[in-house]
Design a protein around this ligand. Structure first.
Ligand code: CA
Ligand code: CA
Length: 324
């Protein structure tokens, strides 16, 4: 699957005064935006229409930058030093995530939803060219002697589900996180607490949320599946000061159980025997257990990640098979 790229002529104007060391001010940069992760192709028509003087550039001189670093690209037909009409640039483009937000939270450990940007799912890529022919390129695999290798039985598949929309009708999906009491009013902190961000709809005291994760084509001879999730304590019941939330996560008979106090980010990790995964999908249950005498327990899920050994049957990856 190829995603269409529109390259726009945009002057390079940076608001931030720091971390611009990747920019060479004697080069021109063409900016385009990526909002979806996938394999992208930019053909000669797009480049010419964007105003890039393609006939004067050796394609080996092209560089692509994102997040302040040069990333590897493939340029079909660059070997002859001419960007012909049928030549093109290909690269693996990734949408924006929370990489730049980590500074706001102070550390990775305090960052509740690192796969989701607080501000924008779109990121800018910058195409430029220099005088070098040693720029960052993908190395093409040309070995087709498959018989020389031992096949593997499976690979680790990672399902990532990020919850960010909440309910826009009855509840604000953006949660301000921990508050302090100022003159009888709950006031949010100046900085970002580890319980602030975009999360799922909360579940309340005694309630629960079930998340279903696709788990087809399990290699039952592989090692255990690993669940990682972040749960946010979204309330602080004043009547209890040493544990007003009771969280229980279960996958079948596998249980993660903890009691915690007030606004906190809880890192859930569980090792799940493969026989406890569903052949099609697996239910992960997040529950508030009402046994603490607490008057309030609001919890929400930021994200979950389930990694398990997947057979080499790639029938659920049809877009990739189409590409290869
Ligand atoms: Ca060529
Ligand atoms: Ca409390």
């Amino acid at each position: 699957m190829f995603l269409t790229v529109f390259v726009g002529i945009t002057s390079l104007a940076f608001a931030q005064p720091y971390n611009n060391s990747w920019i060479n001010y004697s080069q021109q940069y063409y900016k385009f935006k990526v909002a979806e992760t996938g394999i992208y192709r930019i053909d000669s028509t797009v480049l010419v229409n964007a105003g890039i003087p393609l006939s004067t550039i050796n394609p080996q001189n092209f560089q692509l930058f994102v997040r302040g670093v040069e990333i590897p690209i493939h340029i079909e037909g660059e070997g002859d030093g001419v960007f012909d009409g049928s030549d093109f640039i290909e690269f693996y483009g990734q949408k924006n995530d929370g990489w730049l937000d980590e500074i706001l939270y102070g550390s990775a450990a305090n960052h509740p939803s690192p796969h989701y940007s607080l501000y924008n799912d779109t990121i800018s890529y910058f195409l430029t060219w220099n005088a070098l022919t040693t720029n960052n390129r993908l190395i093409l695999e040309t070995d087709t002697t498959f018989s020389a290798y031992t096949p593997i039985n499976s690979f680790f598949k990672e399902n990532l589900d990020v919850y960010s929309s909440g309910s826009k009708i009855t509840l604000d999906p953006y949660y301000d996180g921990k508050t302090i009491n100022a003159g009888g009013k709950a006031v949010s902190l100046f900085g970002f607490s580890s319980t602030e961000g975009w999360f799922d709809n909360p579940y309340l005291i005694g309630g629960n949320k079930v998340k279903n994760v696709a788990t087809g084509n399990i290699d039952l001879l592989g090692s255990n599946a690993i669940l990682n999730a972040v749960v946010i304590g979204w309330s602080d019941y004043a009547g209890i000061s040493n544990g007003d939330h009771h969280l229980r996560v279960n996958i079948g008979a596998n249980v993660f159980d903890t009691i915690f106090e007030g606004h906190q980010k809880i890192d859930v990790q569980m090792s799940i025997p493969l026989t406890d995964l569903g052949a099609v999908s697996t239910s992960v249950n997040f529950a508030s257990i009402n046994d603490l005498g607490s008057g309030a327990d609001k919890q929400t899920v930021a994200y979950l990640k389930l990694k398990y050994p997947h057979t080499m049957d790639w029938k659920d990856y049809q877009f990739l098979i189409g590409y290869f």
